[in-house]
Design a protein around this ligand. Structure first.
Ligand code: IMP
Length: 173
């Protein structure tokens, strides 16, 4: 296994998180957010982002999976659902990375069926070239090329989530 040089440094990440939080705070002025993190990948981005958002909020989490090692299975599993009732609430979904888009599409449809007042989605990273479904994304940190990446919450086989920066990962042959 090889971890390359940072694709995104700690400084670049933190600057972008603050920019996103400022836009979100402005958009939701006068409202209360229910911030929903998609675990496990989004745990670091979620905790960084919410600390910079300036409007009142509640938090909740969904635990979902679709990846088997490096390949998406396209078979989305919800391991733990929300504890909160989202009806009539302003839900902000927070995701680490969108690849095929199948995971988010599934979760967005599941939540929309529960009649929130609004549903917006924020993803830190977007591998747009890999998209397999149409998807509404309201806030995007960085659009990145089609690399498999690790760090800042993102894993390979549940490892490397604790790297403070984002790096390209290659399986050694
Ligand atoms: P999608 O359903 O194909 O959009 O996959 C989304 C999920 O796959 C994300 O929430 C991540 O957990 C995982 N994922 C996608 N690309 C990467 C990557 O490059 N590194 C680590 N995890 C990834």
């Amino acid at each position: 296994m090889v971890i390359g040089k940072p694709l995104l440094t700690v400084e670049q990440i933190q600057k972008k998180v603050k920019e996103l939080a400022a836009i979100i705070s402005e958009d939701y002025e006068g409202k209360e957010i229910l911030a929903v993190g998609i675990l496990r990948g989004a745990f670091i981005f979620f905790s960084d982002l919410v600390r910079h958002i300036q409007v009142p909020m509640n938090i909740d989490f969904i635990i979902a999976s679709s990846y088997i090692k490096i390949q998406t299975s396209g078979d989305i599993k919800i391991h733990a659902d929300l504890r909160e009732d989202i009806k009539a609430k302003h839900v902000l979904l927070i995701e680490d990375i969108v690849d095929s888009g199948l995971t988010l599409k599934y979760i967005q449809e599941m939540l929309l069926a529960r009649n929130p007042a609004s549903l917006r989605t924020c993803t830190f990273l977007d591998k747009k070239s890999r998209r397999k479904t149409e998807l509404k994304l309201d806030y995007i940190g960085f659009e990145i090329p089609d690399f498999y990446i690790v760090g800042y919450g993102l894993d390979y086989d549940n490892k490397f989530r604790n790297l403070p920066y984002i790096s390209v990962f290659k399986e050694s042959t």
